[in-house]
Design a protein around this ligand. Structure first.
Ligand code: TYD
Length: 134
């Protein structure tokens, strides 16, 4: 069983005018966001890295995507296919994003600013790092 992630239903209000979903610090997520970014015009698989410290809250506001999570022993696939379904990753897991469908647009709220030093971009290195650090 993989630890360090959570699938959450994002609060939403749906009425005759349409839908609104919202994320507030202290409700669904217990880490502050210092950065937001989004993936769109996606032409290929993405991710293929681990973050050593960064925590992320990920949701797909249009279309769908398969998020692969891997703790160096086990692997699961989580499909984000609704704007009110979110994925929180708060431990260093290897992640891959595949099968982007229907002009998927993926939004990420991240606990810190961009830092290339926080990335492990080789799966072999991730396995070694996991053995030494977790
Ligand atoms: P990367 O995180 O490797 O993309 P993905 O995991 O989605 O495949 O980022 C792609 C490029 O964009 C890389 O050169 C770093 C840069 N980048 C920033 O400069 N700031 C950011 O906040 C992000 C997410 C990426």
């Amino acid at each position: 069983m993989i630890k360090g992630y959570k699938i959450v239903e994002i609060p939403s209000v749906i009425d005759e005018r349409g839908s609104v979903s919202f994320v507030e610090l202290g409700q669904l997520v217990n880490f502050a966001f210092k950065r937001a970014y989004w993936l769109y015009n996606i032409k290929t698989e993405r991710g293929f890295h681990c973050h050593k410290k960064l925590k992320q809250f990920i949701f797909c506001i249009h279309g769908s995507v398969d998020c692969v999570l891997d703790d160096a022993k086990n692997r699961i696939i989580i499909k984000l296919d609704s704007p009110n379904k979110g994925l929180i990753i708060d431990q260093p897991l290897w992640r891959e994003m595949k099968n982007f469908n229907n002009s998927a647009c993926v939004v990420v709220l991240a606990s810190d600013t961009y830092d290339e030093e926080d990335y492990i971009r080789s799966y072999q290195e991730f396995k070694k790092w996991t053995d030494c650090n977790l």
